[in-house]
Design a protein around this ligand. Structure first.
Ligand SMILES: Nc1ncnc2c1ncn2[C@@H]1O[C@H](COP(=O)(O)OP(=O)(O)OP(=O)(O)O)[C@@H](O)[C@H]1O
Ligand SMILES: [Mg+2]
Length: 466
């Protein structure tokens, strides 16, 4: 079963509040019980003290002299000192229960002969516990003697412990009931508040579900307010923006690739269909088809490079010696064609970069330069460091790139408009150059070289980490 976030929040809240209330009720209960014990003990010692004082000062109203009858003394004290609530006093004279407080007690103790006998045996103030019809009773018995009276007297103070306790139980019961009510109220309020807080999140979830069900990446969440939930929705929308961009780019990529690959396939099929039996004709067709397949192969390789470019792990970063890179590119490029190859300038710096990919980009530029120049034309390569930026360029003395084309030639499958005949490039070279430079966090542009040729400049920021 799935527990809703709302249920969980309210559950936790109730558990915590419930625990807190239980602890406070239990603490109250313990404190009240301890107080009760203390109060009863204090009451007992008070009663003993009062009785002592009374006995010392009591005078017989008829004679005006100290009382000489123990029964009279105790009866006088009973009349003089009424018991508190849930309390009863009685006197024992000569081993027999004598008088009881006028106020009616919850249960009679003086009628319990065994108890009376036991109490009458006390020679010193003593206390104890006994059972009665009204539950447990705590008592003290104080022996009292009057010098002129040979009969032993006892004064008994009894407190109905269970009844006192019952009062506390009642209070705790009321407390518990109100705690339950408070808990219920807190639960209801929590449920309501959690519902309100979670409602926008539910909305986000539902929309997310709809989007994933319909695969419609153009949908967005409605962002309202500026709280955490709105921030969540905004983040979610932002993620959708990125996803949508990636999907659109991917779809275009696949469309373009499919479209471009169709041409060589059509060419190959056409040649094969028209192929006759003549061995010379066959050889020619075979050469054409092989050539076309070769081109397709290169195109697929380039497409794979482009597809990988946006992904993590595309670059393999190491320390690259710029001077070394520049010179080695020129050395390798010489094989591309008979040109006047030059090194313009080299930067004496080591920068973190992917040496192989940078070489690949520069070779693409060199290949383009060769393609747009003729024998003995100039092609120069150079590198420099300016404002924590590395600049690497390849320039030629060819026709240059018309201003109108300078942006668009970097796009996939884009060839220049002023194209000389016989050129069968796929238009992927500069796209690859751009992806490599962008993966390094840099930019590439084409400017007019001195003398009118094209000068392709890659600018890469020097970063300690990439
Ligand atoms: N050095 C240059 N001089 C003049 N135009 C250039 C130069 N380099 C590139 N271009 C123009 O930019 C276009 C795109 O170049 P890109 O390298 O992307 O494709 P390509 O060379 O045509 O094909 P591929 O590189 O895939 O074989 C070229 O078709 C050309 O018109
Ligand atoms: Mg090219």
């Amino acid at each position: 079963m799935r527990v809703s976030a709302r249920g969980r929040i309210v559950g936790w809240m109730l558990a915590v509040v419930g625990l807190a209330l239980s602890i406070s009720i239990f603490a109250t209960w313990t404190v009240l019980l301890t107080r009760l014990d203390d109060r009863m003990n204090l009451e007992f010692s008070n009663e003993a003290e009062k009785l002592r004082r009374y006995a010392a000062t009591a005078l017989d109203p008829r004679t005006g002299r100290p009382v000489d009858d123990v029964a009279e003394l105790l009866t006088g004290y009973l009349a003089y000192n009424p018991p508190d609530r849930w309390e009863t006093f009685f006197s024992i004279v000569g081993g027999q229960a004598d008088r009881v407080t006028a106020v009616e007690a919850p249960a009679r103790l003086d009628t319990d002969n065994t108890l009376v006998r036991r109490l009458a045996a006390a020679t010193r103030p003593d206390h104890g516990v006994t059972e009665s019809a009204a539950g447990t009773v705590w008592y003290v018995v104080i022996p009292v003697t009057v010098s002129a009276d040979p009969r032993p007297g006892h004064f008994v103070v009894a407190s109905f412990y269970d009844l006192h306790r019952e009062e506390i139980v009642g209070a705790i019961r009321v407390l518990s009931l109100s705690a339950v009510a408070a808990l219920g109220l807190a639960g209801a309020a929590g449920w309501f508040v959690a519902g309100r807080v979670l409602a926008p999140i539910r909305l986000v979830r539902r929309t997310a579900e709809q989007i994933s069900d319909s695969s419609d990446l153009t949908r967005r969440l409605h962002v309202r307010g500026d709280d955490d939930v709105a921030a969540l929705a905004a983040t979610f929308n932002h993620m959708l923006d990125r996803l949508e961009q990636v999907f659109v780019a991917q779809r275009h990529f696949v469309d373009d690739a499919g479209h471009e690959l169709r041409t060589p396939i059509t060419v190959i099929r056409g040649h094969l269909e028209l192929m006759g039996d003549d061995p010379a004709d066959r050889a020619e067709t075979l050469a054409l088809v092989t050539d076309e397949l070769e081109r397709m192969n290169r195109m697929v390789d380039d497409l794979l490079t482009l597809a990988k470019a946006g992904q993590p792990g595309f670059l393999d970063i190491e320390e690259v010696e710029l001077a070394d890179l520049t010179v080695s590119v020129v050395a390798k490029s010489r094989a591309l064609g008979e040109r006047r190859w030059r090194v313009d300038q080299v930067a004496e710096a080591r920068v973190p970069a992917d040496r192989q990919r940078l070489t690949q980009a520069m070779m693409q530029l060199a290949a383009n330069a060769v393609r747009h120049t003729a024998v003995d034309d100039l092609i120069a390569v150079g590198s420099a460091v300016r404002d924590r930026m590395v600049e690497v360029w390849v320039r030629d003395s060819g026709p240059g790139v018309p201003a109108a084309d300078r942006e668009r030639i970097f796009a996939r499958f884009m060839r220049g408009t002023g194209q000389t005949g016989g050129h069968d490039g796929a238009g992927l070279g500069l796209a690859i150059v751009r992806s490599i430079v962008e993966a390094h966090g840099g930019t590439v542009r084409v400017v007019e070289a001195p003398g009118g040729g094209a000068c392709f400049v890659m600018t890469i920021p020097i970063r300690t980490t990439l």
